[in-house]
Write a new protein. Sequence first.
Length: 363
Amino acid sequence: MLTIDIIKAKQLKDKPDPNNLGFGNYFTDHMFVMDYQEGMGWHNPRVKPYEDLHLDPSAVVFHYGQEMFEGLKAYRRQDGEINLFRPDMNGKRLNNTNDRICMPQIPVEDFVQAVRTLVHTDASWVPEEAGTSLYIRPFVIATEPTLMVNPSKSYLFMIILSPVGAYYKEGLNPVRIYVEDTYVRASKGGVGEAKTGGSYGASMIAQKNAKNEGFAQVLWLDAIEHRYVEEVGTMNIFFKIRGKVYTPALSGSILPGITRDSVISLLKSWDIPIYEERISMDTIIEASKNGDLEEVFGTGTAAVISPVGGIHFKGLDFVVHNNEIGPITRRIYDTLTGMQYGNVKDDFGWIETIEDKNDHGWL
Ligand code: COI
């Protein structure tokens, strides 16, 4: 268990309009910081006022991208308390990423304690408007001042918080996605299953091109044959074909989404057939042409459950479910968000509640 110092901000920020948050535009009054030094391990965990960092320009993170991040959310319940959704899963995934890019492990219980302590400190920032939440962004950066290409000997683990609305401007309306067949996101043996910032930086050119053409996101294909579906820019992807649901198997180049895992468990509990396997674009196009492609949706912490209404592949457009949200997509959305906001019973043990007795409200 960590002993976390709490240094309160002297001046609190004005809060933004909770009906107009967008995603990742505002940050709360405090942040969590913990230092790592080789020989000392993790030390000095603290919650302190949100402020700029002071780093040496030669810090490893700036040159060789030794960095990782996580994403989870805190949800305001109707009774005023706050829910977290499976924070231990983020802690486990953080450690898998850290292993991959040679950064030190953080005990999962310390990770969860840090998240809980920071959210509790900034509890008044958890918005209550429909569809809003407090996005939690833990991240680790390599801080050793050196230009040697070696794992850093020092790190910062930090958590920042951002009150958010929908990730996509479409909200729960279906998005159109562009199947990228030139650039690739990840290959086996690479860092596709790790949550490292470099993967997202490398994906931006395809995302930018897709956006310029009016698409919300890119659907990535496998790096070798450019044929098998992997994931969408900020979410995992599911296809419902003739009553069965398919999602790409975790092959090493796909991010193991926590929402993805939860959706698979929900579908199983409803006895809806769900298959994790390799899915080719040929299968998707054929199903679409035959009228068998019933629903497509993405899953992610930021994106929640996002219906896909159109797929653009090699110059052709395929419309899904009349560009409307399908019944399974709707049921998953209602159940998952219902659990997260405390309106649907959680039979899975996914929800952790943070008491918010001292909440002074948004203003
Ligand atoms: C999340 O859903 O938390 C993500 O990591 C997506 C993010 C890159 C916006």
